[in-house]
Unconditional design. Structure first.
Length: 76
């Protein structure tokens, strides 16, 4: 799959909801700041403006998914 074929906005939302379901993040603000290394308003701003995240952010999401400890007390 090519970068241009991915619905990046949906991927960002899906990752956030997945992290929430698995107790890896507790809010959109913490997801932006702790998971993506961006300002706390990054996630909300991207979603509200329907902007695509950069390749760097997609790589960060992938790295978080493959390296995050799973469990009920594993809040990022």
């Amino acid at each position: 799959m090519r970068y241009s074929e991915i619905n990046q906005t949906q991927l960002l939302q899906d990752a956030f909801h997945c992290y929430c379901r698995n107790d890896l993040v507790i809010s959109k603000r913490s997801s932006s700041h702790r998971t993506l290394g961006k300002p706390p308003s990054y996630y909300s701003s991207m979603i509200n403006r329907n902007r695509k995240p950069s390749r760097h952010i997609l790589q960060t999401l992938l790295n978080c998914l493959t390296s995050a400890p799973m469990g009920p007390n594993s809040v990022i």
